[in-house]
Ligand binder design. Structure first.
Ligand code: EPS
Length: 390
């Protein structure tokens, strides 16, 4: 089974990701991993931190001579900002006088719940691990999942659907999303240039007012075969796994598969995707006129594109802080403010690509998995033959 963990704090020395269960013999493209890390760092509305960091993957284990060897893969990402925090966040006891307290919890952040849970007198350690900096580690191993999925012909990308109240109205084609991913400059990762300008203006507006913005991204997985995930058990349903994977990203407050939200208010005739047959249109020959299901029916991929949306709350660190309470005195104060982002929707979309890729890779390995890529691909090709002759 594919398993993964991350470790590391936002201003600690490094982030670490461990990916276990990847078959041996997968070619590793270091440039692709670094490109994914770069993509996550982009986007209009990021704060000063992104000027400091230059994320690159330092692979420590599990890859030799450019190939996976079936052993756990571990990757280290350096935190360049560490040099500014070594004295205030040392591993050793250090000088308590240098500690940078987070004196009042930010509404919307993990600060208060985390401090209560771990019995910390203030929120520094909470912030350090709850930070979305952690998602960089997921992107590094997500890139390896993407390399694996590519061997099966599957690709995963994202685009931004909304920033604040500016929303793209029409569905965006796979080709447009692919073109977006090749841009050398990322503004808001939105396929509609007019909307993207409006989104930028929206970010500018909140930059002036000291506020923050949320939004919506959509992750699209292209060329997914039917049959990943199963309705047989609740915790093996692909939609449930995707929802948990995307929801686990910092600031995501809702997840939608296909047109799930509007479907709830529509009659069945306007929602369900009618079925046709046109050999050899795709692997199985069964076709759809539309994809409101977002590529999953009954917890199983149905052969259409998988479309998952993540809804982000606005960043909870505000330059014009909301009311809070001082941890020590319990007196009303403004919530703590350190440097922060204003809008991270494009970055969250890239992190969600990684989570979707890891989820699909896990399901694909459960169905086709072998210890080597050769064995896995043989199993996959056998299944494709079965679909073709169905
Ligand atoms: C974050 C706060 C900011 C963001 C950070 C997430 O960091 P800092 O406190 O160092 O300014 O930039 O995101 C990243 C570092 C990143 O790599 O995405 C938070 O509190 O969640």
């Amino acid at each position: 089974m594919l398993r993964y963990f991350t470790a590391g704090e936002s201003h600690g020395e490094a982030l670490i990701a461990v990916l276990s269960g990847m078959p041996a013999g997968l070619k590793i493209d270091q440039a692709l991993i670094d490109r994914e890390l770069w993509r996550r760092q982009q986007g209009y509305g990021r704060g000063g931190r992104m000027k400091i960091e230059r994320d690159t993957a330092h692979i420590l284990s599990g890859v030799r001579h450019g190939m996976t060897i079936g052993s756990p893969i571990s990757i280290e990402l350096e935190n360049r900002d560490w040099k500014n925090w070594q004295e205030s966040l040392p591993v050793e006891e250090g000088d308590p006088g240098r500690h940078k307290r987070v004196a009042s919890p930010r509404p919307g952040h993990a600060d208060l719940a985390g401090a209560l849970k771990y019995n910390f007198p203030e929120a520094r350690y909470v912030l350090e691990r709850a930070s979305a900096r952690e998602s960089a580690a997921r992107v590094a191993i997500g890139a390896i999942a993407k390399l694996f999925l590519r061997e099966l012909g599957i690709e995963v990308l994202s685009h931004v659907v909304a920033v604040g109240c500016v929303t793209v109205q029409n569905g965006v084609s796979w080709e447009k999303i692919q073109a977006l991913s090749k841009r050398s400059e990322v503004l808001l990762n939105c396929a509609d240039l007019e909307n993207e300008q409006e989104m930028k203006e929206e970010v500018d507006k909140v930059l002036k007012t000291g506020d923050s913005l949320g939004g919506v991204f959509e992750v699209v997985a292209h060329s997914v075969p039917p049959g990943l995930g199963t309705y047989a058990q609740w915790d093996e349903r692909l939609d449930a796994l995707l929802a948990a994977a995307v929801m686990s990203l910092q600031a995501v407050k809702a997840v939608e598969i296909g047109s799930g939200v509007t479907a709830a208010a529509s009659p069945g005739s306007a929602v369900h995707d009618e079925i046709g047959y046109e050999k050899p249109a795709n692997l199985s020959g069964f076709t759809r006129t539309r994809n409101n299901a977002g590529g999953v029916e009954g917890g199983v991929s149905n052969g259409e594109e998988i479309r998952v949306r993540g809804y982000l709350k606005p960043i909870s660190t505000l330059r014009r802080p909301l009311r809070s309470v001082d941890f020590a005195t319990r007196q009303p104060v403004s919530a703590s403010y350190e440097r922060s982002d204003v809008c991270v929707v494009p970055a969250a979309g890239v992190a969600a690509e990684a989570m979707v890729a890891l989820t699909l890779a896990r399901c694909a390995l459960e169905k086709f998995g072998g210890d080597s890529m050769g064995e896995t691909l043989r199993n996959y090709q056998g299944y494709c033959e079965q679909l073709k002759s169905y």
